[in-house]
Ligand binder design. Structure first.
Ligand code: CP
Ligand code: NVA
Length: 310
């Protein structure tokens, strides 16, 4: 078996393919136990501190509820309510919190803030989204794909949209599990080259195929699942108008979905903007699994919390 005790989860790439598969299976097990009404409280007496520099619905509620279900407790902390908002350093914050709580979940802008927090904390740090990565989302996405398709290896996933945090974590998730990921983004919206290099390295070991194009039709051709995300992420609000122009032709609509397999699923991490990155006919249609993805955040993160803390 695998022991992940004491580890951080800042991105998926530090985990081996075996560890990722293990976390996915543990997540599905958490879901079964929950559905069966079984009380499972391995985190009794444990506290998770959650720092938010950006809004959240899913991440906040799923982590907080997950801790409660596991017998523990979660604290929701906005930067503005902490001394962090008045200039206390991230390093001092990490050291102080390490004396009180058992793990820290943080959602912020710069990924370096999270690595700095982890460097100074003596407890596990979990990335609840940075501008570079969204690992907990990708774990939930793997759970969803495994539930729906049975086998991850060899699955054909298309991503159409911005080369952002969600794509970065999806690339690492696909590379670890042998998923063939074809990503399409407009010129100027490429994923981070260092993340791509890392994912390609992992893909060599698992047989995953990662491909990139500026043509959404090419990416979606024959796909088992099609994924998209917002065009303007949190912190990019002032670029929204320009992005709407630049992403013309990248909307996931029925016409684009018709190039995928007839049973192709539609995925989106949410929140979604109907009429922009996705048409209502797709996200509200029969092949959309977006609410199952959102629900799976709870189970994926419970598995992560149990493995890092128990
Ligand atoms: N998908 C996701 O992370 O949603 P929230 O921003 O609501 O947490
Ligand atoms: N790419 C989006 C994901 C939101 C969950 C953002 O960073 O805002």
């Amino acid at each position: 078996a695998f022991s992940l005790r004491g580890r951080d989860c800042l991105a998926l790439s530090p985990f081996t393919p075996g560890e990722i598969q293990f976390l996915v299976d543990r997540g599905l097990e958490m879901k079964q136990r929950y559905r069966a009404g079984e009380a499972f409280r391995p985190l009794a007496g444990k506290t998770l501190a959650m720092i938010f520099d950006k809004p959240s619905t899913r991440t906040r509620v799923s982590f907080e509820t997950g801790m409660t279900q596991l017998g523990g407790h979660a604290l929701h902390l906005n930067r503005g309510e902490l001394q962090l908002g008045r200039g206390e350093s991230i390093g001092d914050t990490a050291r102080v919190l390490s004396g009180y709580v058992d793990a820290i979940q943080i959602r912020t802008f710069s990924h370096e803030t999270v690595t700095e927090l982890a460097d100074h904390a003596s407890i596990p740090v979990i990335n609840g989204l940075t501008d570079l990565h969204h690992p907990c989302q990708a774990l939930a996405d793997l759970l969803t794909l495994k539930e729906e398709k049975g086998e991850l290896s060899g699955l054909r996933l298309a991503y159409v949209g911005d080369g952002n945090n969600v794509l970065h974590s999806l690339l690492e998730a696909a590379a670890a599990t042998g998923i063939h990921l074809a990503a399409a983004f407009p010129e100027g919206y490429e994923p981070d080259p260092a993340v791509v290099r890392q994912a390609r390295d992992t893909a060599l070991r698992t047989g995953a195929v990662l491909s990139f194009t500026h043509d959404p039709l090419e990416a979606v051709e024959g796909a088992d699942a099609v994924y998209t995300d917002v065009w303007a992420s949190m912190g990019q609000e002032e670029e929204k108008k320009k992005r709407i122009r630049d992403f013309e032709g990248f909307q996931v609509n029925a016409r684009l979905m018709s190039r995928a397999r007839s049973d192709a699923l539609f995925l989106h991490c949410l929140p979604a903007y109907r009429g922009l990155e996705v048409a209502s006919e797709v996200i509200d249609g029969p092949r959309s699994v977006v609410f199952q993805q959102a629900e799976n955040r709870l189970h994926a993160q419970k598995a992560l919390l149990v493995e890092l803390l128990a």
